[in-house]
Structure formats: structure tokens, C-alpha cells
Design a protein around this ligand. Structure first.
Ligand code: P6P
Length: 335
């Protein structure tokens, strides 16, 4: 059946509508986001043919996280830096792949936004063809911060994000973002090279049926996390849960956003502060979760209230539906 042309909305059209909510935004916000959509189309083109060209395997260098950089990590980072550096409204970029934030505004007084991103989250899954993703968080430069102090542009609590989102490179490529007015999903039509609105006004179900955690590390969790998982499995919330764990946060969160439930990465023996990074993993998904009616905490408090002290700091993350998170907060935080 021919689609009604009025229902075909591209990401650019949607973003243009959204940006009318930003006082004084003269198209700069939509131009900024077009840098992200362009870069992620370049990334997905590489991800889709990873097995065919010499991008598999390790880049050989070690990144700031002490991880061996995969070639696609490097390519993805370069795509985002290249596409975003040309946006006059952007002053600072901060990436999981770069130890320090980058000044990119070349002195332009138009620059007012910082973009923080993980170019390819879940990269350890690249060579086995499992979904990976890109995460991004957009902040405005605080008025009292100097133009040449890049770190202070980005060391802000997640509640200050003006927009955030991710792209999941799965069976299809889907961009999910929010600019504070609901969560919206767009599916890439690779034949056209455009993202089309496919998931308007996404809301997280009040309760799901999946919990998502790497149970191999359970012995290293604080005891209340294991007890909480046992509660979910016991049926005390009115249903027996199944387990789903992909090992790519973007993919695990995307399922949680669509189906409900809870995704958690608790403190472990090896990562006593949690493994996930606050600025470009936990904050974007926490922003989206709350916009979609869900909750995101670090085990004690709201993720979006955490005052960051360093670019790559890590945090525990428990994110998901209202029912499961309310139970965690009432049960696990009192034990
Ligand atoms: P583990 C991927 O490396 C990542 O940063 C997240 O995308 C993912 O949720 C997590 O690490 C998986 O970690 O320890 O379960 O392999």
C-alpha cells in the first residue's frame, strides 16, 4: 500500500521542528544534529561491510581506556570529529577515544555547544557481527566558562543536556534521540540514505519481562544486587523474568526502551565504580529513559544529578521501567 506522503518525516524535518523550541536557535541546532546523522551514516556504511574490507581486527593502538582500539573505533571517531568540527555552533568535542576534550571552534563566537560521544560502543562485538552503537550527549557552554576551557564545557550534570541519543547498528540502523520533548526513533533507509521517523514518541512500558546484566560477575556485585536479581526471578513483581544480555549497552538499552524491564551494570571486583562511563554512556541513556517515562540511577541517586569531576569517570547504572526501578529503590537501597 502506498504510504501517505504526509507520514514520511525525515530526521532533518523532525529536528527542524524540534529546534523551534530552542530560543534564538537559527537553524544551528538542526545543523549540529545533521553532523551526527551524517557521521553515523558513514559509520554504518563501514559497519555493514566490516567483514569485506580490512577493518576487522585491532588497530593495534591502545586507547585512553587501556583497551586495544579496533579499527572501526578509530574510523568512527574520525567520522564524528570530521563532521562535527565543521559545525560553527560546536565549540568542544569529547570522545571516549580521546584522553582530552578538543577545542574545535577556532575562536568562533558562534560556538555554544559541546558534544560528548562514544563513537562505537560495544566495539568488542564488532568481529562477531553483534550490534554496536554510537552514543552522544549535547551540552551548552555554561555562561561563566571561558571559551578556551574545554573541560568545563563538558563537566556538567546530565540534567543539563539539551539533547542526547544513540544510533544502534543492528538488523537495521536506528537513531533514537530526545531534545527534551519526548523520545523519537528514526530508521535509516540505506537505499535512500535518509533516516525516516519510525518510532514517534517512544515510551518505556511501565514494567517489562527481561532483566539484563552480566551474571558472570555476580559474585563481585554488592550483595543487594544479587538479591534483587533473585527477586525478579522469583516472581515477586507478578511475573517471572527472563534474562537478555547482548554486551553492547546501546543494544541492551534499546531493547529495554522498547520492551521495558531493567538493564544494570553494578559495581564489580574489577570495576568498583562500575564500568560504564557517566558522560557519554550513562547520561545519554538516562536522559532518554526519563524522557520515555523510565528511571536511571547509580544505585544510590539519579544519574542525571551526578556532578562529574572527570571526562572518563565511570558509574554503576541501573536503568529501566518504573516498576522495576521502584522495586530496586525500595528493596535494594534499604538492604
Ligand atoms: P561486559 C562495551 O564494551 C561496554 O562498554 C558496554 O557497551 C557494555 O554494556 C559493557 O561494556 C559490557 O561489559 O563486562 O559485560 O563485557
Amino acid at each position: 500500500m502506498a504510504e501517505n506522503s504526509s507520514t514520511i518525516i525525515t530526521a532533518q524535518q523532525h529536528i527542524m521542528r524540534e529546534q523551534k523550541r530552542f530560543p534564538g536557535a537559527s537553524g544551528e541546532f538542526s545543523f549540529l544534529l545533521s553532523g551526527i546523522t551524517l557521521a553515523t551514516k558513514m559509520i554504518q556504511a563501514q559497519v555493514r561491510k566490516a567483514g569485506l574490507t580490512d577493518v576487522l581486527g585491532e588497530h593495534g593502538e591502545i586507547n585512553v581506556q587501556g583497551e586495544i582500539q579496533q579499527k572501526l573505533d578509530v574510523i568512527s571517531n574520525e567520522a564524528l570529529v570530521h563532521c562535527l568540527s565543521s559545525r560553527e555552533s560546536i565549540g568542544v568535542l569529547a570522545s571516549e577515544e580521546n584522553e582530552e576534550p578538543m577545542l574545535v571552534h577556532k575562536g568562533s563566537d558562534e560556538a555554544k555547544y559541546a558534544v560528548v560521544f562514544d563513537p562505537l560502543d560495544g566495539s568488542s562485538n564488532i568481529d562477531v557481527n553483534v550490534s554496536v552503537g554510537t552514543t552522544f550527549s549535547i551540552l551548552r557552554k555554561p555562561d561563566d566558562v571561558a571559551m578556551d576551557n574545554p573541560e568545563q564545557w563538558v563537566l556538567q550534570p546530565g540534567s543539563k543536556q539539551v539533547a542526547a541519543g544513540y544510533v544502534v547498528y543492528g538488523s537495521s540502523t536506528i537513531l533514537v534521540y530526545s531534545a527534551g520533548n519526548g523520545v523519537h526513533g528514526f530508521t535509516l533507509d540505506p537505499a535512500v540514505g535518509a533516516y525516516f521517523l519510525s518510532h514517534p514518541n517512544m515510551t518505556m512500558p511501565d514494567q517489562g519481562k527481561y532483566y539484563s546484566v552480566n551474571e558472570a560477575y555476580r559474585d563481585g556485585f554488592p550483595a543487594r544486587y544479587g538479591d534483587y536479581i533473585d527477586r525478579l526471578r522469583s516472581g515477586v513483581l507478578g511475573r517471572k523474568y527472563a534474562s537478555r544480555y547482548i554486551g553492547s549497552m546501546v543494544a541492551d538499552f534499546h531493547r529495554t526502551l522498547l520492551k521495558g524491564g531493567v538493564f544494570l551494570y553494578p559495581p564489580t571486583e574489577d570495576n568498583k565504580e562500575g564500568k560504564l562511563r557517566l558522560l557519554y554512556e550513562a547520561n545519554p541513556v538516562a536522559f532518554l529513559a526519563e524522557q520515555a517515562g523510565g528511571t536511571a540511577i547509580d544505585g544510590e541517586k539519579r544519574i542525571l544529578d551526578i556532578e562529574p569531576t572527570s571526562i572518563h569517570q565511570r558509574t554503576p547504572l541501573i536503568v529501566g521501567s518504573r516498576v522495576e526501578l521502584a522495586d530496586f529503590e525500595s528493596f535494594a537501597q534499604t538492604n
